[in-house]
Ligand binder design. Sequence first.
Ligand code: SME
Length: 161
Amino acid sequence: MAESIAFSKTSDRGIIYDEIAPQIESLIAGETDLVANLANIAAVLKEAFGFFWVGFYLRKEDQLVLGPFQGPLACTRIDFGQGVCGHVYSTREAIIVPDVEEFPGHIACSSASKSEIVLPLFDKSGEVFGVLDVDSDKLDDFSETDLKGLHAIIKIVQRSL
Ligand code: SME
């Protein structure tokens, strides 16, 4: 297993997503433990982009429960339909929230969080089994580039299931 990742020192996130995707692919190749793989992916995303908070919530019975993450401590349980994460779980659609204060029902785990992007994770049968949540301490910090780059990373996870 690689012990570190390499990526360009650039503010162009598209370049960095393209560079880290194949490294994530080899990082999780040969490891079947989902939590271990998600933990390393959270670490890679934190290191590559310096995101304020990046992590996963995983479906456990009738709630989303905090999974592997990097950043300040976070809410442990989110009901389906609640907050941005629960909304994405229920709608099965990724979302960019440029200003969390404008999102009805946003769950403020940290008052420093200003914008966020959340994507659903699908299992082999097409059910959502969790979400990837990335938070920024800047307003309007996420774009289609993040959506595309994070989607590519999620596809790697889904293929590994
Ligand atoms: N803001 C999220 C909750 C998770 S934390 O930000 C880490 C939400 O509204 O679902």
